[in-house]
Design a protein around this ligand. Structure first.
Ligand code: NAP
Ligand code: GCO
Length: 267
């Protein structure tokens, strides 16, 4: 087996990527499949799972889909057991499922705040808790939490999301601290601004055909002078799921084209 294959192959591994019918989760799961992993993914209803299955099939990937709301602990525990029965013990968990609500904080309903925290922070706790016992018993495991620029920075209208993603950075560090002795590594990926349905409202063309102001703003804030693509995340995600990162633990790998390093282009 050549050195690169040895370091980065996922043959024989089972990966569960949450909320991966499309978007970032789909891209990460697709990369893992191409590296040899067996893929499990979930979404909140059968229609979305079927949509995801069709997309995976089109990409030549035999993924297995499950209907599971990541905030429903009973459903998560049942899904983890189904995955273990269907595919084998879970070696890699990617807590990808997430939502955002863009509302000025003083106008945000507490129910909307709670929904964002529930999905973006409490769910990674719930799903990680469901997979940890098996990883502990086997003394091996990779947990990867999809964090955000908002794990480090704030901005108007994303208070709940930033609080959740900031918390997810610390949950990542705490899982790393508590379970490192079981040879379990927990790391985060902090995507920059990626072109997916979640950010589509920020890239919509204006009525006069001009670029959305936020679109222009982000390009000016990014040294790479472009939005990221889901494919930009595949290599970093593969690194954190593979043998190559066995001594990387508690780290958030920012895949942002340099946003966090850059003061921004002079207007
Ligand atoms: P997306 O296109 O909105 O996809 C999110 C996925 O999560 C969807 O499949 C969604 O399913 C699923 N989901 C939402 N709530 C769920 C629940 N309760 N149970 C199960 N699945 C659920 O988002 P994305 O852009 O791919 O982002 C994926 C992750 O990356 C999120 O955690 C996001 O916060 C993070 N992120 C995104 C960016 C970016 O610029 N796009 C940057 C940094 C971090 P539904 O269709 O049913 O909602
Ligand atoms: C926003 C965006 C961001 C991205 C991402 C950046 O409204 O600012 O949605 O939050 O989704 O999290 O890393």
């Amino acid at each position: 087996m050549d050195y690169l294959h040895e370091q980065f192959n996922l043959e024989g591994k089972v990966a569960w990527v949450t909320g991966a019918s499309y978007g970032i989760g789909f891209a990460i799961a697709s990369a893992y499949a191409r590296a040899g992993a067996r893929i499990a993914f979930n979404d909140i209803n059968q229609e979305l799972v079927d949509k995801g299955l069709a997309s995976y099939k089109e990409a030549g990937i035999n993924a297995v889909g499950y209907v599971c709301d990541v905030t429903d602990e009973a459903s998560v525990v049942e899904t983890a057991k189904k995955i273990e029965t269907d595919l084998g013990p879970i070696d890699i968990l990617v807590n990808n499922a997430g939502i955002i609500r863009r509302v000025p904080m003083h106008e945000m309903a507490a129910a909307d705040w709670r929904k964002v925290i529930d999905i973006d922070l409490t769910a990674p706790f719930i799903v990680s808790k469901a997979v940890l016992p098996s990883m502990m018993e086997r003394k091996t495991g990779k947990i990867i939490n999809i964090c955000s620029m908002m794990s480090e920075l704030g901005r108007e209208t994303v208070s709940a999301y930033a609080a959740a993603k900031g918390g997810l950075k610390m949950l990542t560090r705490n899982i790393a601290s508590e379970y490192g002795k079981y040879n379990i590594q927990c790391n985060g990926i902090g995507p920059g601004y990626i072109a997916t349905p979640q950010t589509a409202p920020l890239r919509e063309r204006q009525a006069d055909g001009s670029r959305h102001p936020f679109d222009s703003f982000i390009v000016a804030k990014t040294p790479a002078e472009r939005w990221g693509t889901t494919e930009d995340l595949q290599g970093p995600a593969l690194f954190l799921a593979s043998k190559a990162s066995d001594f990387v633990n508690g780290h958030v790998l920012y895949v942002d084209g340099g946003i966090l390093a850059y003061i921004g282009k002079q207007p």
